[in-house]
Each structure stands twice: as structure tokens, then as C-alpha cells.
Ligand binder design. Structure first.
Ligand code: AMP
Length: 493
């Protein structure tokens, strides 16, 4: 299930970008709201989907590989009885399709049942696993979610739910947005630095927790607020309300900037910001930092669209009629899946051509500014520059709404290893040589922080600075963090 040894020394758990939901309703089954919530979060994970409900007596679970729409039949949903439930969609990692890692992860033990949905990645799961294994806990997967489940189960033997969670939070280090169901009680937990998003919403007859507010919108509910970093939100099992416990407080957050740049849906509100507005703001900033005069501004669909809109608006504000015209010059075949997960480079290149085709009339003879959110391996940009040149573009200027991605993500995003990242160890001129085109500029790290309205000390910028907000074996950190000491464990391998 591991992404591979290339991921580095701290790769001791799942490297998943996932989506989680949790639901507590008055008198309505939780299965369908979980199902629609997961549908709304499908962009966060396409490998597997799962729902676990509790009917007051026992758990019911259905977890399957594939998209949400493929994973459940009407009968499956009918079988998931009870008014409380949690759900999960899991992101694919190259070459690994492993049912043991599909979630929610369930475990039954002396003091009841647990179901866990996790988005994020622990960096000290190996140490805790080793300690628990030494005490006789048997593990069925190599994922870090199972480590949280066992640790919590052990703590629940002699503490109530809130205290048990606090004890587990004092031991785990890394990124986690969790929805957990203990018997019929659903809770949401966000790591003390709030790395991954998690929010709370109200529907007519109950409460909902979800990775993104778009899931709450889909259920016809209203966003109440984000779960705070270090907070536990407990949904009353009868759907009548919720309780909040601020279990850990830390001075700084480590919000993942990449959620705003790429992962989250543009119609979601994360940490009080509408993602679409943030992306437009980043696009405007890109114009300020490295605007270039050209005939047209063209987004890479769909990832560059909001950025290109903001960029073109800012250009028009400054240049009026002389500003480049916003134009759609690349058409997307919506039936082609993500190229990023294609295991071989050849397949990835072919897939970009399958996915995007230029509209010759918007391109031919024109100077084009092509805008995307990010460059990871460089496959997409390289292919698109040559596609536009083949279609007759006079010049192609590439503008990227995020800084150079120079280091891997250990916090739950399937990015790539250092060896695969085009910007690792290369400067912008070198990258332009590889990618082609007439010019290339990325957004600055300070530009991102300013547009997000957060100081650098409150963001996780690990993939663009190489310095992480957690203490990771073999990497450097940009802040004062302390990784918990786990008794009797040797360091992760
Ligand atoms: P690449 O072709 O490897 O440079 O990937 C860049 C393209 O993939 C951009 O269009 C991004 O929108 C998109 N992208 C960036 N990060 C990821 C990710 N972690 N998973 C999937 N796609 C991504």
C-alpha cells in the first residue's frame, strides 16, 4: 500500500488524499446522506468508498473499491441501518489497489465498536504500531488509520470517549481530519495544526461533519463552521445537537495551502475562505508578479480556470482594452480520468493528449498565456506547450498559480517523490528548457501566503519550501514542534 520507498524515510503510513463524512440524524437513516456526501467529495478520492452505520445495537458496513456510484447498490444502502454513520472516499495511489486500506476502518473490542475515516497522514505511526504490536495488538493493514483505531480502542478500555481521544491525540504526530463512530456516537477530530480541512454543518434533522462544505451544501444543509485545529466535535446520537471539546491548543496552524490551490472544490469554503475566490486572488497576484502582455489568456481546464479568470481580470483592470482576452483554447474530454495516476510516463503523456485538445482558431497566430495551478512532474505543461505550438501559437507563456513544488508531501497528499518532481533541484530556467514555451513564471511563496491571508508560520508549505510543520525523519522543520516520545519504540524505518 505504500507509495514506494522513493517516498522517503518518513513514509510509514498511507499517503492518501481522502474525503470523510459523519452524520447524526433524528429519525432518518444515515446511509443515504453519507452516500450523497461522499458523492460530493468524490474528487478527494476515487479508489474506494465506504460507509459504516450504527443502529443502536450494532454496526453495519459496506466498503468497496471504485467510485461512489459503483460501490453501492440500493440494497447495499438499505442494509446500512441506523441514524448515525461515517463514510470515506480514498484516493488512488499509483499501482496499489488494496482493499485492506479501504475505509472506514472498523474494529470491535471489549468496550464497543469503532469505525474510523481518516484524511491525512501520521509521521510517527510506525513507532506507535511497534509499541502496540509489542503489547499484543494484531494489525491487518500497514496503514496509519489502523494504528489510530488500536490506540483509541486501548484508551477506551479505561477512559470515556473524549478522554480516550485526548490521550491518542497526545501520542499521534502528523496530519489528521477524522470522523470516528464509537458505538452510535459520531465525532469529528482535526489535528492540532488543522492541516486537512473538516467542517460542521446543520441539516433539518441533524448534524453533519465533512471534509468540505460542498458536501453539506449537497445535503441541503448549512455550514456552521470549520472544526477547529485540536478540537473534537461530538454529534449527539439523536441528532439534537453537538458538543465541542478543545482538546489541544497550539499557537500556530499548519493549513495545507495546496487544498486551496488544487485539491478542494472551488465551491467549498475552507477555513472561512471560498476556494474559488482564493484561486481568483492567486490569479490576480500572478498577474501582479509576472504578468506578460499577450493576445489571449487561456486556462488549463479545469484546474487553471479560476486562476486564469483572476489573472485576466487583474490585467483588464490595469491595461483596459489592451489587456489580453480571456479565451478557452483547450477542450477537455470529460470522460477521461485523472492523468496523474497513470503508472508510466508514456501513459501519462498519451493521456494528456486524450484529455485536452486545442481549439485551433483561438490559438493560431496568437501569443498565448497558458495558466495552470501547479506543475508536479511537468508532464501536463510539456504536452500542452507543444500542443499549442503545433496548433499554430506564435508564443506560449506559462504562468503557474503555485510556487515550484520541490519536495514531497508527507501530510496525506499523493504528490510524487523528489526524483519525479521537475522543480526539485532545478531552477525556473532549467524547467522552462524542459517544458518549452517562451517564458515560465511561478507564484511566489509570499504571494500565496498574502492571498490566503495567513502568515507563513500558519501554513504547511512543505512541498514548496522543503521545510515541514511536523518533525519528520530525514526532513527539516520550519517551526518549534515536538514529536511525542513513544515508549519502547525505535525510530520509524
Ligand atoms: P504534472 O503533469 O505531473 O506536472 O501535474 C500537473 C497537473 O496535475 C496540473 O494540471 C495539476 O492541476 C494537477 N495536479 C497537481 N497535483 C496533483 C495531485 N497531487 N494529484 C493529481 N493531480 C495533480
Amino acid at each position: 500500500m505504500h507509495e514506494g520507498s522513493a517516498a522517503g524515510p518518513a513514509d510509514d503510513g498511507m499517503r492518501d488524499k481522502c474525503g470523510v463524512v459523519g452524520v447524526a440524524l433524528e429519525e432518518r437513516g444515515a446511509a443515504r446522506p453519507c452516500y450523497y456526501g461522499l458523492y460530493a467529495l468524490q474528487h478527494r478520492g476515487q479508489e474506494s468508498a465506504g460507509i459504516v452505520t450504527h443502529d443502536g445495537f450494532q454496526q453495519h458496513d459496506h466498503v468497496k473499491m471504485g467510485l461512489v456510484g459503483e460501490a453501492f447498490t440500493e440494497d447495499d444502502l438499505d442494509g446500512l441501518q441506523g441514524e448515525n454513520g461515517v463514510g470515506h472516499v480514498r484516493y488512488p495511489t499509483a499501482g496499489s489497489v488494496d482493499k485492506a486500506c479501504a475505509q472506514p476502518f472498523t474494529v470491535s473490542f471489549r468496550s464497543g465498536s469503532l469505525a474510523l475515516s481518516h484524511n491525512g497522514n501520521l509521521v510517527n505511526a510506525g513507532e506507535i504500531r511497534e509499541e502496540l504490536a509489542g503489547e499484543g495488538h494484531a494489525f491487518t493493514s500497514d496503514g496509519d488509520t489502523e494504528v489510530i483505531a488500536h490506540d483509541l480502542a486501548r484508551n477506551l478500555l479505561d477512559a470515556d470517549l473524549v478522554r480516550a481521544v485526548k490521550r491518542t491525540m497526545d501520542r499521534i504526530h502528523g496530519s489528521y481530519a477524522l470522523t470516528v463512530m464509537h458505538d452510535e456516537t459520531v465525532i469529528g477530530i482535526r489535528d492540532p495544526q488543522g492541516n486537512r480541512p473538516l467542517c460542521l454543518g446543520k441539516v433539518d434533522d441533524g448534524y453533519v461533519l465533512a471534509s468540505e462544505s460542498a458536501a453539506i451544501d449537497t445535503l441541503g444543509g448549512e455550514l456552521i463552521r470549520d472544526v477547529k485545529p485540536g478540537e473534537l466535535v461530538l454529534l449527539e446520537p439523536d441528532g439534537s445537537g453537538y458538543e465541542s471539546y478543545q482538546l489541544i491548543e497550539q499557537e500556530n496552524t499548519a493549513h495545507c495551502f495546496f487544498e486551496h490551490v488544487y485539491f478542494a472544490r472551488p465551491d467549498s469554503v475552507i477555513d472561512d475562505e471560498l476556494v474559488y475566490d482564493t484561486r481568483r486572488g492567486l490569479g490576480a497576484r500572478l498577474w501582479e508578479e509576472s504578468g506578460v502582455e499577450s493576445d489571449v489568456v487561456m486556462p488549463v481546464p479545469d484546474s487553471g480556470r479560476a486562476f486564469a479568470t483572476g489573472y485576466a481580470e487583474a490585467a483588464t483592470e490595469e491595461l483596459g482594452d489592451d489587456a489580453p482576452e480571456f479565451a478557452e483554447g483547450l477542450m477537455k474530454n470529460r470522460y477521461v480520468g485523472r492523468t496523474f495516476i497513470m503508472p508510466t510516463q508514456d501513459q501519462r503523456e498519451q493521456a494528456v493528449r486524450l484529455k485536452l485538445n486545442p481549439i485551433r482558431s483561438t490559438v493560431e497566430g496568437k501569443t498565448v498565456t497558458l495558466i495552470d495551478d501547479s506543475i508536479v512532474r511537468g508532464t501536463t505543461s510539456t504536452q500542452l506547450v507543444s500542443l499549442l505550438e503545433d496548433a499554430g501559437a506564435a508564443e506560449v507563456h506559462l504562468r503557474i498559480g503555485a510556487p515550484e513544488i520541490v519536495a514531497p508531501c508527507y501530510m496525506g497528499i499523493d504528490m510524487a517523490s523528489r526524483e519525479e518532481l521537475i522543480a526539485a533541484g532545478q531552477d525556473t530556467d532549467d524547467i522552462r528548457e524542459v517544458v518549452g514555451g517562451d517564458s515560465l513564471s511561478y507564484l511566489s511563496v509570499d504571494g500565496v501566503a498574502e492571498v490566503l491571508g495567513e502568515s507563513r508560520a500558519d501554513l504547511c508549505l512543505g512541498c514548496v519550501t522543503g521545510e515541514y510543520p511536523y518533525e519528520i525523519d530525514g526532513e527539516t522543520t520550519d517551526r518549534d514542534v515536538s514529536r511525542p516520545e513513544i515508549e519502547g519504540a525505535v525510530a520509524d524505518d
